[in-house]
Design a protein around this ligand. Structure first.
Ligand SMILES: CCCCCCCCCC/C=C\CCCC(=O)SCCNC(=O)CCNC(=O)[C@H](O)C(C)(C)COP(=O)(O)OP(=O)(O)OC[C@H]1O[C@@H](n2cnc3c(N)ncnc32)[C@H](O)[C@@H]1OP(=O)(O)O
Ligand SMILES: Cc1cc2nc3c(=O)[nH]c(=O)nc-3n(C[C@H](O)[C@H](O)[C@H](O)COP(=O)(O)OP(=O)(O)OC[C@H]3O[C@@H](n4cnc5c(N)ncnc54)[C@H](O)[C@@H]3O)c2cc1C
Length: 662
């Protein structure tokens, strides 16, 4: 059996799809998740979870209030605490994240930031003694932490954060203070009600000198009573577009005293007498953000996959309209428009996940290098992850929204759960740096790279930048995916140079650097996007070329073909400089035939992600494909259907109608 999801009693339309798949989904899972070992561990963890009934949702999540969602996730976390060690290797971050996703889904929970930013901040920023004191406690979950940086008035411009941490040598303490309303910390996940500790980012002040944003370990709540400590104002910021299982919070300090050794001092130090030692790299304190950004291609890829699992499975059981055979309606997955809506997103999701593996490894390596005193890789990774987080979050949002529309009316129902996935995923366009701002961070790096080429220093170009120094060449589109890489290189190079030239010309015309930058910003963000999409394409092709299993490689090459054709058409306006409109027409034909080629493997390609029904929380995306019966059951469970006559009918509608009858 090639597709391991085939089960007796499943919807025959889905079974038929799974029989058509030309590759082994377990083998594909090993490629997706980086190794056979981890793919097996994922399945084992999912299997073990299913044997613990208390870890199941106590009722459909979509019918819960926000308070119920928070309570439900806390209940599950307490059940999990009895099983951690038997379920996962607690030192393995990927296993922990898989466990959280399976049991708690994506709407956030009390530990949302504990694993993703609080512990990583301690790992990267705390010195050995501080790690000794707090890291073990955090890993054992004796304490719950979050990452409190953003303020009501400033999130993007970290240099303008208003919260101060003023050091007093006489008492060897910092005083944390919130000088204005806009200085209130605002947004940190799990801050409002769950966390009792936080890594707080504040402006370090010593003897009236401001040293800028630095991280501090701060206790917020009493460990016995969970009440806020004196001098701390903390609470929940209220409901959000999505992610409502998380208590994103506000936090204020009123002259709150903090011992000297609570500043995280791996890289910068404040001595007892107030002497300040600066870090080896000015932006080393920003590392927790780089850590999350380096994960975002993977995490967003998985968000997009969740929506695609739902849309592709549903499209294989949804029958509507006719093609040749007028005796039976077709699966909507057979329509070319449906394939065009969904398959390029499947390709992007695979590509994002392969990029994600690469950037996660790059971050892990950087962490080792920095510990050994080598900060030289920081700028490269900052630039790469800034562009990548911006492009993947935007394209993931587009892909999920198309997946929702591809499910027609039922896609709009919470029974599909796609709107929730969209709401959570789209937050990524904003958190960890607003997308435009992060594209402009990459643009700084691109402009500097062009300046190196212009001044004859091409040898100093960073990784992935050499193409900026290369001349345009003839492109032979029949020579395979590499030709499409060339098209992207041409388009990206031209746009990067064009934007840089514009910036330089504006400065030469007398504009200040900042004004010239602002007046070139749209062109600069375009350059960043093209450069990042080139990186994604190259990574995808490189990863697929490295695969040895013949059947897996074949279907992934089909997916690469969908990707490269779609991407080049999508940047048609830029590509036109290098590709004729006749060539674009031929790319269009190739795209349509590549959709056709991929069609038989569509369900197996998304089954391969092995996302459980528990995690998916979608009636439309059920693995067994029994959509209609369960849709009816789901609707019957609506709180509105627990009584025939609602109190509001008796109170308002009936009297109104009765009055109208008089
Ligand atoms: C199913 C899947 C489930 C997956 C689960 C996922 C669930 C997710 C849950 C978590 C949810 C949310 C988490 C969100 C958490 C947050 O949002 S935390 C807050 C994040 N905040 C930000 O990102 C703020 C963005 N702003 C900044 O980073 C900086 O202000 C900015 C970089 C924009 C500017 O900083 P400045 O200090 O002002 O620096 P500049 O003058 O612009 O640049 C000077 C040079 O420094 C270089 N630089 C900047 N940053 C870095 C860095 N990190 N590393 C290396 N170098 C850096 C910059 O490029 C400049 O270099 P140059 O001078 O050009 O050479
Ligand atoms: C779901 C979610 C979870 C979050 N979790 C956390 C958390 O755990 N901890 C935490 O500390 N924070 C958290 N945040 C806050 C988040 O990091 C910030 O909201 C984000 O960094 C954007 O900053 P901002 O809100 O100040 O946006 P703004 O900077 O005010 O953005 C508004 C507009 O201004 C534009 N803009 C701003 N500056 C520039 C510029 N220099 N050039 C061009 N355009 C510019 C932006 O592009 C955008 O269009 C979270 C946010 C969300 C939505």
């Amino acid at each position: 059996m090639l597709n391991k999801s085939i089960m007796d009693g499943d919807n025959p339309d889905l079974t038929e799809e799974r029989m058509k798949g030309a590759f082994d989904t377990d083998k594909m899972a090993a490629v997706i998740y980086g190794s056979e070992k981890f793919a097996i561990r994922r399945r084992e963890i999912t299997e073990s979870i299913s044997r613990i009934p208390q870890l199941a949702d106590s009722k459909p999540f979509s019918f819960m209030t926000r308070e119920e969602k928070i309570s439900e996730s806390c209940r599950k976390l307490s059940v999990l605490s009895e099983h951690w060690n038997q379920l996962i290797d607690t030192n393995n971050e990927e296993e922990a994240l898989h466990l959280y996703r399976e049991v708690l889904g994506l709407e956030g929970h009390a530990f949302s930031l504990h694993e993703t930013m609080f512990i990583p901040s301690l790992v990267a920023q705390a010195n050995d003694e501080q790690q000794e004191k707090w890291l073990g406690r955090a890993k054992r979950r004796e304490i719950i932490g979050c990452y409190a940086q953003t303020e009501m008035g400033h999130g993007t411009n970290l240099r303008a954060l208003e919260t101060t941490a003023t050091y007093y040598p006489s008492t060897q303490e910092f005083i944390l203070h919130t000088p204005t309303e806009t200085a209130l910390k605002w947004w940190p996940g799990a801050l409002g009600k769950s966390s009792n500790y936080a890594v707080v980012v504040a402006d370090l002040v010593i003897r009236d000198t401001h040293y800028g944003a630095h991280p501090f370990m701060v206790q917020l709540r009493d460990e016995k009573t969970h009440n806020p400590l004196p001098g701390i104002t903390v609470g929940d910021i209220g409901p959000k577009m999505a992610f409502n299982g998380a208590d994103n919070g506000f936090l204020g300090f009123n002259q709150y005293k903090l011992p000297r050794d609570h500043m995280l001092m791996r890289h910068s130090r404040v001595e007892e007498n107030g002497t300040y030692t600066k870090p080896p790299h000015a932006k080393i304190g920003y590392s927790s953000m780089v850590k999350v950004r380096s994960r975002m291609a993977m995490d967003q890829g998985l968000f997009m996959v969740s929506a695609l699992v739902i849309a592709v499975r549903y499209s294989a059981v949804r029958r509507q309209g006719f093609l040749d055979d007028k005796s039976r309606e077709v699966k909507v997955l057979d329509y070319q428009t449906q394939q065009h809506r969904l398959f390029p997103s499947i390709a992007r999701a695979y590509a994002f996940i392969f990029c994600g593996f690469e950037t996660i490894q790059l971050y892990d390596q950087l962490l080792i290098d920095v510990k050994n005193g080598d900060t030289s890789g920081m700028s490269d990774l900052h630039a790469l992850t800034s562009g990548l987080k911006s492009v993947v979050t935007h394209q993931t949002g587009e892909g999920i929204e198309q997946a929702r529309m591809a499910c027609g009316g039922h896609g709009y129902s919470m029974a599909s759960y796609i709107s929730e996935i969209y709401g959570v995923a789209i937050g990524g366009c904003t958190y960890e740096g607003e997308n435009m701002v992060m594209l402009l961070q990459l643009a700084r790096y691109l402009v500097k790279s062009v300046e190196l080429v212009k001044t004859g220093k091409s040898k100093e170009l960073g990784p992935m930048m050499n193409y900026l120094a290369e001349p345009d060449t003839q492109i032979d589109l029949t020579s395979g995916p590499e030709a499409y890489v060339k098209v992207f290189q041409h388009a990206a190079r031209r746009q990067v140079w064009k934007a840089t030239d514009k910036f330089h010309q504006l400065m030469e015309s007398g504009q200040s650097r900042d004004i010239a930058w602002n007046n070139s910003a749209v062109e600069l963000t375009r350059a960043s996007r093209l450069h990042t999409r080139l990186y994604i394409m190259e990574t995808f092709i490189r990863r697929v070329s490295s695969i040895s299993d013949v059947s897996i490689k074949k279907v992934l090459i089909d997916l690469v073909n969908v990707h490269v054709n779609y991407e080049v058409l999508d940047i048609g306006t830029y590509a036109l400089e290098h590709v004729s409109s006749t060539q674009l027409d031929s790319i269009r034909s190739q795209l349509y035939s590549s959709l056709d080629t991929l069609r038989p493997n569509a369900v197996s390609l998304i089954d391969s992600f092995q996302i459980s029904d528990m995690q998916l929380r979608s009636v439309l995306g059920r693995r067994d494909g029994h959509v209609y019966t369960n849709l009816f059951e789901w609707a019957k469970a609506s709180p509105l259907n627990q009584t025939h006559v609602l109190p509001s009918v008796n109170q308002y509608l009936k009297p109104m109608m009765d009055k109208a009858k008089l």
